[in-house]
Design a protein around this ligand. Sequence first.
Ligand SMILES: C[S@@+](CC[C@H](N)C(=O)[O-])C[C@H]1O[C@@H](n2cnc3c(N)ncnc32)[C@H](O)[C@@H]1O
Length: 276
Amino acid sequence: MRLRDYLAESIREAPIEHLPSHAKLIDKVALVRLREEIEGLKHEIGELILRFYNARAVYLVRGVEGVERRPRLELIAGDPIREITHREYGCIFKLDLTQLMFCLGNSFERLRVAGLTGEGEVVVDMFAGVGQFAIPVAVLGEPEKIYAIEINPLAHRYLLENVRLNDVGDRVEAILGDCREIAPRMLSGAADRVIMGYFGGTIEALRAALSALKPEGGIIHFHELARRGGEENLVKELLETAASHGFHARLLLWRKVKSYSRTRNHIVIDFFAARA
Ligand SMILES: C[S@@+](CC[C@H](N)C(=O)[O-])C[C@H]1O[C@@H](n2cnc3c(N)ncnc32)[C@H](O)[C@@H]1O
């Protein structure tokens, strides 16, 4: 049975199309978004979602804040649970779900990038979070080294913990700081591959990402939101900006990572760049 039909059996006050069609379940914690019109029913809906998924807690998602992508959550059913452990493709991710983002919808992208990483590569992960990319690349790929840069001390702490839990301390070096400053200062000319897993201004870190590439060039995975149908414009802007920083840039592919809103998708653009 679908969640919406299940809720509609008990909630008569709201039209069925206003009820949520799904919640995201991570380590038995359900995250759900509700339309404004039915916020008054949040506790009843929360209790039903708790039962439907056999979850331990249900949080209402009110949005995400700031460059650190801190989620705004409200507990609407069950017991408060902060720390969760998510397992994916043989990788373990621990994090405080009430303070940090972990997007289940990016899981194929994590697997894809891990699969692309060749033996002996040096990888720079510019927006490392708790290791969403660095951990699968280290566990499933065969890199020589991954430098994982993260600006938020709490995310960096979990990144260190996840490096330990996945036993990849020999390959992953977690660096606390701003990637726009760290990459050119500490990692200039080091990388075969740079991951830019962020959206909402990723281009501001492009110069730093390019500076991290080896002299013979390398691949960048550039994430951003794009208006549906307007993806080619973003690709053009990206390649032109790389050229303005003195790099030849060649598109390899772009793909949709996930839907973000009714009008925009989260996309990733893979391109090869080398100094012109
Ligand atoms: C939305 S999370 C994404 C994590 C992961 N890259 C992914 O795609 O799943 C973005 C992360 O980038 C970090 N961040 C934002 N600006 C940064 C910067 N200038 N340097 C390093 N990390 C940054 C945030 O703190 C956050 O943990």
